[in-house]
Structures are given as C-alpha cells and as structure tokens.
Design a protein around this ligand. Structure first.
Ligand code: CDV
Length: 319
C-alpha cells in the first residue's frame, strides 16, 4: 500500500510582545482550517509558536521570564488547537516554551495526534546565543539564559499520520545547522523531520558581514543537505516578519529526500504551504548511497562524540 501523506508548513507572521497567546492560537486555528480544506494530514507550526521570540528580551531576574512558559499542554489557551486537530482529523507539530513541575525550562516541540495525544516530544539541544546581557548587541539572544539543554536526545517514533505509519522525528531551529542532529535521526530511519525556527535576517553578533540572502541560503542549505544525506522528507517552518522590531526571514520550506524544495513560503505573514510526500521515496537513498549499514565507518568518527571544540592539527615537517 502506498504511503502518501500531505504535509503543511504553517508559517506564522510576527507575534508582537503584547499579543496574547489566545490571538496566536486563533491564527493557528485558522491555518488548520485552511489545511483541512487542502486535505492536509500533518501541520507543522514554528519554534516558540505561542509568543514572540522572547529570548530577545532580557530579564535580570530569570523568574520574571516564567510567564513566557507553559506549565501544561494543553492549557486553557492552547486547547482550541487540540480541538481543531480533533475536528479536522489533523496531526500537528507545535513549538513552545516548557516549564516542568520541577522548575526546569526547555525550548520544546511536540507532535500531537488528531485525537490530542502527544506522540513525540523533543527538547532543543543546540541552544544558540548567550546567558548574560550583551551590551554590544542591538538585539539579545538569551536562549542560554532561559533554557536548559534538552534531555531527550533526538527522538524518532513510528506513528500513524494520515492513516499510514511514518517514522517521524523532531529538531528545533539551530539544530538544523548541525549534521550530527540529522544523522542521529537518520540512524533511526527517520522519514519525516519536522522543525520550527525563528531566525533573524541579520547576524547580530557583528563579527563580520553575512549578507541577508546568505542567511536564507544557509538555512535552506542545511535543511536540504540534512534531508538528502539522511534520505528523509523535512518540513521547516518559520516565524517571519518584523517582530518587536527584529526582522525574521521566513522562507519556510518542505524538502524531499533528494534535497529538492517542494514548496516554499513567499510572504512574511501567516502562510500555509503544502506538499504530497510519498514516504517510500526515502528508500532509494537509504538502500544505495546512504545505506548506513553497508557504508558507515563509526571507527573513524570518534572525534564526533569524543570532543567538543576543534583542536589544532599536527604541523607537517619537511622530511
Ligand atoms: N532560534 C534559533 O535557534 N535561531 C538561530 C539563530 C540565532 C542563528 C538559528 O540557528 O536560526
């Protein structure tokens, strides 16, 4: 039986600091309605989809940031999303800030079934930015201040999506730039990677020039390479537009296992892009050029898990 599902990236335009969760959820429900009209079975929303990208705002007292976090999922404010999933028979991916009962804080994503069950949860591993206020930056990026490093690895689950079993995996934003994250998912036979992102159009570090078009290029390059090298579909969904005065570049994409872009967002607004994914198209790559069981050489990869920073190579000395 063919395994073909229709997936959507539900890009969100900006969510300003004062915008309540209920308004963001209302926008997401409207995207779900549009997804239903287009026969979509899985909708992927962005990273931290319920609020503005709050790590750009500094709170001297970390506890003051707690109001950005969810302590229950669903909550009163997010319940309409779960209701819409039930009503339309659509699974969805949601990124949000999670505060656990023990008081830990994570940048989290979940995959929710049409019945409202959480089928898969991931907590962001690669946290970019810094932990202290940086006066040299115009815009802060305080993920290292507000979030703990994810403790769930890079998980994959075989779950029914659109009535067929699919090996689904999750990562979040900056993870897409790390081949290690993709490969850990690939080693679990992932067929559909879902990820959300909030990426500014300019590099705020100010340590050299990275043209805005290269920011989009690097994002697409990472997702396309990750999908190709691990023979998987990927849905990468952005928050886009000018949020709290900071421009996010959008350009959400859906990519096939050949690394080709099947659909791409063209606005900085709430926008739904869709693609049909024949999951059996993952087989070619994983049985030929990326047949991991035949071609991988882990004995040569020790440095990947054995060290963090790069070391200097030995110097060549003329004989
Ligand atoms: N939210 C993110 O993880 N953003 C990073 C930015 C800071 C570069 C990203 O990799 O897109």
């Amino acid at each position: 039986m063919p395994r073909i599902i229709t997936v959507a990236a539900a890009q969100l335009g900006p969510i300003q600091r004062a915008e309540p969760r209920a308004a963001a959820v209302g926008r997401m429900v409207r995207l779900m309605e549009r997804a239903h009209a287009r026969g979509v079975q899985v909708v992927v929303f962005p990273e931290l989809a319920l609020t503005t990208f709050f790590p750009r705002h500094y709170h001297a007292d970390r506890a003051e940031a707690d109001h950005w976090f969810e302590t229950a999922m669903p909550s009163n404010e997010t319940a309409p999303l779960f209701d819409a999933a039930r009503r339309f028979g659509i699974a969805f991916h949601l990124g949000y800030a999670e505060r656990t009962p023990e008081g830990r804080h994570f940048n989290t994503a979940i995959l929710v079934s049409p019945a409202g069950e959480v089928m898969l949860k991931y907590r962001k591993v690669h946290l970019p930015g810094h932990a202290e206020h940086d006066p040299a930056r115009q815009v802060q990026h305080l993920e290292k201040r507000y979030f703990d490093v994810g403790d769930l690895g890079f998980p994959v689950v075989r779950a029914p999506l659109g009535g067929v079993p699919v090996n689904a995996g999750l990562m979040i934003c900056n993870d897409r730039r790390w081949p290690e994250a993709w490969r850990v998912l690939g080693l679990q036979s992932v067929e559909l990677v879902m990820l959300g992102y909030n990426t500014p159009s300019t590099n705020q570090d100010g340590q050299g020039f990275e043209a805005p078009h290269l920011r989009v290029f690097h994002s697409h390059l990472s997702v396309q390479a990750g999908a190709y090298q691990n023979a998987t579909y990927a849905v990468a969904t952005a928050k886009a537009g000018v949020e709290d005065g900071c421009e996010l570049f959008g350009h959400s994409i859906i990519v096939n296992p050949q690394g080709e872009i099947l659909a791409q967002a063209t606005t900085w607004d709430d926008e739904l892009i869709t693609a049909d994914c024949d999951l059996d198209r993952c087989t070619l790559g994983r049985t030929t050029i990326f047949a991991f069981d035949r071609h991988r050489r882990p004995e040569a990869y020790g440095r990947i898990t054995g060290q963090v920073g790069a070391v200097a190579p030995p110097e060549w000395i003329a004989p």
